[in-house]
Design a protein around this ligand. Structure first.
Ligand code: MG
Length: 466
């Protein structure tokens, strides 16, 4: 007969081995995964009405979670958008809209200022393991790379996949359409070091997915934050053999369908590891579709224009939140929310306090995600192009003080009174209602004045010459 001590030890070991409660060790802190597509349009997913691109996994993510119809990136192009996501601040505050080109180009020397606090830094301080996979584009010199902004691990490209054409690549716009990966040499980096000078871009989505799954599996027993920023569907487009010539939407559809597959792999991996109920997954895009590239650019659906513009198509993007144990399934939200809100909401979920020494623009949208708060938000959302405020939205009204087409030769056109659109009856921004609603315009002006009064643009750490 076993001694009571032996029985006790056996019981403890059995219980320890069978306990499905990693949450106990994590002190209530959820894992967080942000999946960020590049130049994916509002209308490019099945669950957002695409008639041709098949996205069963993102559709499932939305059906099991929450889909926002009025979700915004805080900028109309890559770099400031990413800075806003990771700092919870309008780019005008974190310095990434001023002289953005100093970061955007391959010979730039600038980067996200060291004084900025990223979501990765906040979560790392809370005991999270932090990893970044994919496109960075917040400065590619070593001192600006993810490991110097709170990420313990990094695997990916330092900037856009079109930024380093091979010396023998054709010049001009046409090269963007060539399906030859050898024309490009944007490198792959691990940690702080280049590991491949000329990676095969057809394999990127698959490799990013494998890296992400490895990171998740390795850290499954403790809280982790994974930022998976896909290189695609930014042009030039590349899909792996398994996805090539599969979509009715051509190569653009192939590329988006491979990203959709990747999302499915991540969600299935979380379920397989038994951590789906401890994990918040967010899916979004850094800006609207690059319509300049015809069929190789995406679609903003019914929204006007695309990337590079403060019309809705430039900044309204897909926004899907998934967390099986906390977010009720199949909910569609029409309240205005933004990528900056991810910063504040996740910071609080992790038990931290957002930085108090600076203005944080992101709001805590936990009441929207987890509760029954369906009241329309009256908080204004501001549309910037570079350092200039172009438009503001409050509720369903949007006023444009300046307009300019995405990539056309036209100069910025100021409007006084501003153009006024009702995004409920007119999501395509076609019918100016300014003459009929002066009181709405007055409200917009007051919101802008209040916003400007507390606007202290970041001291520029970007005063560097190229
Ligand atoms: Mg982009």
């Amino acid at each position: 007969m076993k001694s009571p001590l032996l029985l006790f030890i056996t019981l403890v070991l059995v219980l320890a081995g069978s306990c499905p409660c990693p949450a106990a060790a994590r002190d209530g802190k959820p894992n967080v995964i942000v999946i960020y597509a590049d130049d994916l349009g509002w209308g490019d997913l099945g669950c957002y009405g695409s008639p041709t691109i098949s996205t069963p996994h993102l559709n499932r993510m939305a059906a099991q979670g929450m889909r926002f119809t009025d979700f915004y990136s805080a900028a109309e192009v890559c770099t400031p958008s990413r800075a806003a996501l990771l700092t919870g601040r309008y780019p005008v505050r974190n310095g990434m809209c001023h002289e953005t080109y100093r970061v955007l180009r391959r010979n730039s020397k600038g980067g996200l200022p060291k004084s900025e606090v990223t979501l990765a830094s906040v979560l790392k301080q809370q005991g999270y393991r932090t990893g970044c996979v994919g496109k960075w584009h917040l400065g590619h010199l070593k001192e600006h790379l993810p490991p110097n902004h709170g990420f313990e691990e990094y695997f990916g490209m330092p900037f856009s996949n079109d930024m380093m054409p091979a010396p023998d690549a054709p010049k001009g716009r046409e090269k963007m359409f060539f399906e030859d990966t050898s024309l490009w040499r944007t490198p792959l980096i691990r940690g702080l070091d280049v590991i491949e000078e000329k990676p095969d871009q057809r394999q990127l989505t698959k490799r990013y997915t494998e890296e992400s799954l490895k990171f998740i599996e390795k850290n499954k027993d403790q809280p982790f934050f994974l930022y998976l920023a896909h290189t695609f569907p930014h042009v030039p487009l590349f899909a792996s053999e398994a996805f090539k010539d599969r979509s009715r939407a051509g190569l653009y559809g192939d590329v988006v369908e491979e990203i959709d597959w990747s999302v499915g792999q991540i969600l299935d991996g979380l379920v397989r590891l038994g951590i789906d109920n401890n994990t918040l997954v967010v899916f979004s895009s850094d800006n609207g579709p690059w319509t300049l590239f015809d069929s190789h650019g995406g679609s903003a659906g019914p929204l006007r224009e695309g990337k590079g513009s403060t019309w809705e198509g430039g900044m309204r993007v897909p926004g899907i939140f998934w967390w099986p144990s906390r977010i009720a399934s199949g909910i569609t939200r029409h309240e205005t929310a933004s990528t900056m809100d991810v910063f504040t909401t996740v910071t609080k979920l992790a038990g931290a306090t957002p930085p108090q020494d600076r203005v944080i623009d992101g709001r805590d949208i936990a009441p929207l995600l987890f509760g029954s708060d369906r009241s329309p938000s009256d908080d204004p959302f501001f549309y910037y192009r570079g350092p200039d405020l172009y438009a503001v939205r409050i509720g369903l009204w949007k006023a444009h003080f300046i307009t300019r087409s995405s990539y056309g030769p036209d100069k910025p056109a100021p409007h006084d009174p501003p153009l006024l659109f009702h995004l409920g009856e007119d999501p395509g921004e076609r019918w100016d209602r300014a003459a009929k609603y002066p009181e709405v315009i007055e409200r917009m002006r007051q919101a802008v004045a209040k916003h400007r009064a507390n606007l202290v643009p970041a001291a520029s750490q970007l005063i560097e010459t190229e």
